[in-house]
Design a binder for this molecule. Structure first.
Ligand code: PLP
Length: 446
């Protein structure tokens, strides 16, 4: 493959954009493919190279790169009426009604413009509702570029994970390991009266898709109820992808107090939302006094794209298709590594997938989960499969980034940037795409 144009564009970008990109994860080594256009489940870069695309915008593109006619028509007609107004429109009411109909924990929504804005607003709302300040988050979870959650360390020593965030902010955040019931019990025993909420992804989507162990979310639910804290599910990534239109909370059968959405809810355009019962949501201004606002919030074009995307998913067999391809992909990769790299672990569910180059993974493949780790306690690999963010971060990250991803790219398979980010299957992917992808995995592990 020739990459001269991408290389030259990156050279230019480095002079005017820090790191040459507008979102850090895009700066793949040695330089990223600059994308010229999408085509179904594929993208074509500035040099004319075609890739099967599993980045899918990092999750928003449930339907792939070609919007179905109904979505395209809604976007175009909304846009031609005028881009935005700073006044309410019917389309935002319709999208809120659609979400409230399908996600049982949601009665009302406040739309914003991104996942980050959604989690910022949800944290403020939880603090405003409870009158408390501390937020519990999961190590290895990600809730966007916001001060309250860019926190590393542990419950005894939380510290900002980025320069620019005051230590005093981090002191209100308590990071705990995902899937660890004892630690969070201790945290509630010590800080229970100060905890406004537990903010967690239903599965660690930003750490390869580590699944919850049985009973974990129920335990979080009980702890929050017992101590008067809110359970906040960050479904920015899993919303309308895992568990279909009910989202991951429907799949796992747990009802959070608040849910954050973004990515698919905007159908490929910038949108996010906080959802929950009216009793809590009505604390947002102007109904209540927890301040929340935004010039572009409920942007008509994003609302139209989101609504028509979700309607399309509701009326077609989108989830059957993407989940089946996801299963084929995870199953196929599981078989390939069982023979060639048995320590590695396949993670993911529904239309998400990831191969983790697990450093200390068991090489006993007799009980490997057929289509990705399910955290099944009687599986022989259970004790060694990733349970926490740290388990994935300790994997062979360099091998993934320096060898695996670049070689897959040369074979025409575009994967997310690093060991941590999930891959996404879209409705536009085909059986042939999956076969070709599995061939490339085989080739790498030959
Ligand atoms: N929360 C989760 C679970 C995410 O995966 C992301 C982004 O990937 C965010 C929040 C932040 O969303 P955004 O990048 O739209 O600000």
């Amino acid at each position: 493959m020739n990459h001269d144009s991408s290389r030259d564009l990156y050279d230019r970008a480095l002079s005017v954009l820090p790191g040459g990109v507008n979102s850090s994860v895009r700066a793949t080594r040695p330089y990223p493919a600059f994308i010229e256009r999408g085509d179904g489940g594929h993208v074509i870069d500035a040099d004319g190279n075609r890739y099967i695309d599993y980045v899918m915008g990092y999750g928003p593109l449930l339907l792939g790169h070609d919007l179905p006619e109904s979505v395209r028509a809604a976007v175009q007609s909304t846009m031609s009426d005028g881009p935005m107004y700073g006044a309410p429109t019917e389309i935002e009411v319709e999208l809120a009604e659609f979400v409230a109909r399908h996600v049982p924990s949601v009665e009302m929504l406040r739309f914003v413009n991104s996942g980050t804005e959604a989690t910022v607003s949800a944290v403020r709302l939880a603090r405003g509702y409870t009158g408390r300040e501390k937020i519990v988050v999961m190590q290895g979870g990600y809730h966007g570029a916001q001060e309250s959650t860019l926190v590393a360390g542990d419950s005894a020593n939380p510290r900002p994970s980025s320069p620019g965030i005051p230590q005093s902010f981090a002191e209100h955040t308590i990071p705990v390991p995902f899937n660890d019931m004892e630690t969070i019990e201790d945290v509630f025993a010590t800080h229970g009266e100060d905890i406004a909420g537990v903010l967690t992804e239903p599965l660690l989507g930003n750490t390869a898709g580590v699944m919850p162990i049985e009973g974990y979310h129920e335990h979080l639910r009980d702890l929050c109820d017992d101590h008067g804290a809110l359970l906040i599910f960050d479904e920015v990534m899993t919303g309308f992808r895992v568990g279909g239109l009910q989202c991951a909370q429907g799949k796992f059968g747990v009802t959070p107090d608040l849910t954050t959405f973004a990515k698919i809810i905007g159908g490929g355009f910038p949108a996010g939302a906080v959802g929950g019962p009216a009793e809590i949501l009505e604390l947002f201004t102007p109904a209540g006094d927890v301040f929340q606002s935004g010039t572009f919030s409920g942007h008509p074009v994003a609302m139209a794209a989101g609504l028509e995307t979700l309607r399309y998913a509701a009326e077609n067999d989108v989830y059957d298709h993407v989940n089946q391809l996801g299963e084929e992909l995870r199953g196929g990769i599981t078989d390939i590594v069982a023979e060639r790299a048995p320590g590695y672990t396949v993670l993911g569910t529904d239309s998400m997938f990831k191969l983790v180059f697990t450093r200390a993974g068991s090489t006993d493949v007799s009980e490997t989960c057929g289509a990705g780790c399910r955290q099944t306690p009687d599986c022989e690999r259970f004790a060694r499969c990733p349970k926490t963010g740290a388990d994935v971060e300790n994997a062979e990250t360099d091998r993934w980034e320096r060898l695996f991803r670049p070689e897959m790219k040369e074979q025409g398979i575009l994967l997310t940037a690093n060991q941590l980010e999930s891959g996404f299957v879209s409705d536009a992917h085909t059986d042939e795409d999956i076969e070709e992808t599995l061939e490339a995995y085989k080739e790498f592990f030959e």
